[in-house]
Design a protein around this ligand. Sequence first.
Ligand SMILES: Cc1ncc(COP(=O)(O)O)c(C=O)c1O
Length: 482
Amino acid sequence: MQIKFYQEEEQVPLEMHKVRVVQKLFLRPIEERLQCIKEAGNNTFLLQNRDIYLDMLTDSGVNAMSDLQLAASMRADDSYAGSETFTRVKEAVKEVFGTENVLPAHQGRACENILASALVKPGQTALMNFHFTTTKAHITRTGGTVEELVAEKGLKPQSSDPFKGDFDLKKLRTTIKEKGAENIAFVRVEAGTNLIGGQPVSLENMLAVTDICHDNNIISVLDASLLQDNVYFMKTREARCKYMDLKTIYHLLADHFDIIYFSARKLGFAKGGIITSKDERFTKMMVEYIPLYEGFLTYGGMDVRSMEAMAQGLYESLDMEYISQGPEFINYLAKELNDYGVPVILPAGGLGCHLNAGAFVPDMPHEQYPAAAVAAALYIVSGIRGMERGTLSEQRNPDGTEPFAELELMRLAVPRRVYTLSQLKYVADRVKWLWDNRELIGGLEWVEEPSVLRFFTGRLKEIGFWQEQLLEKFRQDFGDSL
Ligand SMILES: Cc1ncc(COP(=O)(O)O)c(C=O)c1O
């Protein structure tokens, strides 16, 4: 796919699209940014967009749509029941996955709510390569527990392994044996494993997991929210996929997994969520929850324009030129930072470039939330909004103790087709400066700590006055620059 440059040293990832709509950005002076982060309780979720230069919080629902997605959204058929728009969504799902049973929901976590409500009985465990925040919250809400079985390599911040999201298959087999298949609600494979750096799972590993599930009569579930990036990595890193077309890979997965669900904020570059299955036995187990929690079966809480955009976005997830843009930009940023010595997760995965905050501020204890501290510091020195993906994103144990995250990551998500290479160069520049000044970064402590999904709305403050010192050093080095 790569277009080779004449001067090899000038090689950069090349966009296969052009930009025709733009949005004005603002970069506030550092003094104002310091004020903004304090007002936001040092929680980047609570910053206002007008105070942000580059929003790298997430790639969820913020990817740039294609012209065809926008065009599709104009022909939406708005009706409570029997909408033609839903028929087009079903056709797109069938094209991509080859499945005909399709349930709509308003976003990915709504699919998880339905899965947990229908499939998790109190006391049961859901096995997965790694949890996602909302997945775990729904499973525990319904009385279940989550057990993570990612292979050891997945938790090594840097290695050359191409598929760090893989399940430890041996552990999967022994855990099933120990617990008994009847105590396992389902096995969930998360493609492009979010919380460990967007790390992919190989096709071989996914299929082996489904084989183990079938042998033990356990339901297999694929969280396909980040499947687009994962499929890119299968194509480019896994020998058996090199000559397979993308559709063959998606179809193969749907042939093997009992249930597939996804956030269309990610897969499909729109909004919404889908649960789908080859076998209607599975969708039948969940169907009654859709009108109860989401809306009628032909919209499921989504608005029809988003559904049309999703349908077109799904077709585009079969286009290698479209799906390479994210991983290639992420790889560019990770390489820039790694070459300078900044600790980043390697190999670069999907979703975004992940700073290893545990190594960025190695002396900071988990209880002071190193990844959140680095996120606050980076916002102050750059106006860039990243996201904490470490201990703060965990939920406390029932006895109030903190489960420390395996990896303290500060994620710089790269929304697809939104930022240019020069903007990524700015990101790299400011991260490098912060790395060189990392001894100035201090910890955070709670002011208000919510009991559920605390990272969304919790408020913290700096321990001491390190943020003012950071500002002072920035002014010394950058003069009156923004
Ligand atoms: C892997 C994964 N699963 C589920 C979700 C939840 O999807 P949503 O944000 O649409 O509720 C996300 C969102 O980021 C995700 O990354």
